[in-house]
Write a protein that binds this ligand. Structure first.
Ligand code: PHE
Length: 401
């Protein structure tokens, strides 16, 4: 039943009794919708990056390094052990995660890369990528979603302009609800203020200064203390992110003994759904231009409110023609509207070409048809399209190629 090996993202992996990724799930790997320009997740990602660059300007280049190309196939060491998830933690179970085999899984969070990046020498970074979890299926849950991980390390002297100020205590004392055993309370407090200030500023920059937000205490194996932030949405509190002061052991294991850090994990779909009023998480995977074109803005901060597109399928037809000397693009749009009426959803130029010898110009238009109340048959769309071609020839003097 299970094949001996499976291919994911161009690599071959041996399967075993742990394997539970399905072909459908692995087909999401490599789609990288968050890298697609003007996809709503790309817009959110770009806005978060712009915010971090504004808040933490570097001396010569942005302080935060953005890492957006790491494979979602990670080891259990990366996803769990490296960030101190206990051996018996529920998140390790086959019912919660998508395993490729006993040693590899599709990352359940971007925190899987914290440790590697610290070892590589990064001390301020953002990791963005697709994450995979076995979960319920409804309008806000999907087995694949996207996260942005933020990590920021600080030396004591960066926290306070005082040569005697310490961040790390040795020997360590006891852990309290608000502070790790090896941190000074003063340093932990400065870090907490920076972390919360950063994330409150982020959420305000996205949703406006008046957004209602609140902090709740939380628990993660890789941070202490930990918090989650919720924002008010449709009169309900919606969780947007988790964060906290990084467990010093993670830094120590990466060879870092003289810095203290904070980390956060931000859910991109949650933000996009609330910001753009996208009602269903499945829409992020839509290839429908009626969805995607609503996010074609030239300013990432432009206010977009998603309008539902018809659930009936589109019919796409292209037409290329040589244009006469005096041709007005708007005349063609009007003609299409006249012939196609409400069945035309979009018209766009997909190619322009000037013949090198004759100097004649040709245009290729893509016309997308869709009925709002029922399925438009290909035949019906074709006949409208033929009619548009004919009238364009008669009335506008174009020559069909
Ligand atoms: N990895 C956590 C999650 O996916 C979020 C998180 C990241 C929390 C970093 C704390 C620090 O829920």
């Amino acid at each position: 039943k299970i094949p001996e090996s499976i291919q994911i993202g161009g690599h071959t992996y041996r399967t075993d009794s742990w394997t539970n990724v399905t072909p459908r799930i692995s087909s999401f790997v490599g789609k990288n919708i968050y890298l697609r320009k003007n996809h709503p997740l790309w817009l959110i990602k770009e806005r978060i990056i712009a915010y971090f660059n504004w808040r933490y300007p570097g001396r010569y280049s942005p302080a935060f390094t953005v890492v957006d190309n790491l494979s979602p196939v990670v080891t259990t060491e990366q996803n769990f052990d490296s960030i101190l998830v206990p051996a018996d933690h529920v998140s390790r179970s086959k019912s919660d995660s998508y395993y490729v085999n006993k040693s590899h899984l599709l990352r359940a969070h971007t925190s899987a890369h914290q440790s590697d990046l610290l070892r590589s020498g990064f001390r301020e970074f953002l990791v963005v990528g697709d994450v995979y979890r076995r979960d319920e299926i409804n309008a806000t849950h999907y087995p694949v979603f996207h996260q942005m991980e933020g990590v920021r390390l600080r030396y004591a002297h960066e926290l306070r302009d005082d040569p005697d100020f310490k961040a790390i205590k040795s020997p360590a004392e006891v852990r309290s609800p608000g502070c790790q055993e090896s941190h000074t309370e003063e340093a932990a407090a400065v870090m907490e203020k920076d972390l919360k200030g950063c994330l409150e500023g982020l959420v305000k920059s996205l949703f406006g200064q008046k957004v209602e937000l609140r902090w709740n205490e939380s628990f993660f194996p890789f941070t202490h203390p930990s918090w989650e932030m919720e924002v008010k949405y449709n009169n309900e509190w919606l969780e947007l992110l988790g964060c906290g002061i990084m467990e010093q052991k993670i830094l120590n294991n990466a060879g870092i003994h003289d810095q203290i850090g904070w980390a956060c994990g931000i859910g991109l779909e949650r933000i996009a759904m609330r910001l753009y009023e996208i009602p269903d998480i499945r829409l992020f995977w839509s290839e429908d231009s009626g969805f995607l074109s609503q996010f074609e803005v030239d300013n990432i901060r432009k206010l977009i409110k998603y309008k539902a597109v018809s659930q009936f399928p589109q019919c796409t037809n292209d037409v290329s023609f040589w244009i006469p000397e005096h041709f007005e693009k708007n005349d063609f749009y009007e003609l299409v509207r006249d012939c196609g009426g409400e069945l035309v959803e979009q018209v766009k130029i997909i190619d322009e070409f000037t013949h090198p010898k004759s100097g004649r110009k040709s245009l290729c238009y893509r016309i997308i048809y869709r009925h709002m109340e029922k399925t438009l048959t290909k035949d019906k769309a074709n006949s409208i399209h033929k009619n548009i071609e004919k009238i364009a020839v008669d009335k506008l003097g174009v020559q069909i190629r």
